[in-house]
Design a protein around this ligand. Sequence first.
Ligand SMILES: C[S@@+](CC[C@H](N)C(=O)[O-])C[C@H]1O[C@@H](n2cnc3c(N)ncnc32)[C@H](O)[C@@H]1O
Length: 236
Amino acid sequence: MKPRRTQNLSGALGAANFLIHRITERIARSLTYQGRVVDLGCGNAPYKDIILEQADEYIGVDWENSAHDQSQVDVFADLTKEIPLESDWADTLVSFQVMEHLPEPEFFLRECMRILKPGGRLYITVPFMWRVHEAPHDYFRYTRHGLEYLLSKVQFEQIEITEYTGFWQMFVLKFNYHSLRYAKGPLKYFWVPIWLLNQTIAPWLDRVDRNPNEPVGYVVSARRSESNSHSKAKAA
Ligand SMILES: C[S@@+](CC[C@H](N)C(=O)[O-])C[C@H]1O[C@@H](n2cnc3c(N)ncnc32)[C@H](O)[C@@H]1O
């Protein structure tokens, strides 16, 4: 199956931020999906085809307030409340760029723990240096230490947290988003070559000058233990 492209290069926004789509698509391709995969906060499900290259089943979950196209949503649910999915049901959970939108992240992670089968894996991505988006439902930015604290509290194990850029890609994306203000009408033709050049150079700069303290965001991989029960997780 040919994956849908997740990047849209048409228009000023597409030219200014194609790097973030490349980064997030690369992350989605780097993960291992097994069995039944539930995508919590799926939006327009940009990674569904990538996930289905490995998984048996894909279920997209999002809420009715979503600003995104809802045609790929299989289950409508508010992730701030109990999620209407059975316990011990999913082999893999993914939630890409969603937890910053949830006012009670610990409650959400407990729900993830409940829905996952023992031994199942959770993948989360969250922004760190990123502008406010989907306001007013944009509540938090996480550091790796905050993520580790929350996941450990809910008793996830094998927690791995990785910065998905260094400083340079973060800086270039911030610069490009900001410069969109000045790219109206014919001025766009001034900015487009700058955006194309800086997004081409930034990944290389991040390789030679890696600063882990100012990433765009983090990718998290964590596992539900084979043995822990929901009651044990709730009591923590
Ligand atoms: C930044 S978008 C990410 C969408 C998709 N995961 C992606 O990577 O393209 C955040 C998503 O979280 C969803 N979301 C935010 N708050 C939610 C809530 N309380 N319940 C369910 N979904 C929520 C939004 O509707 C949106 O689809």
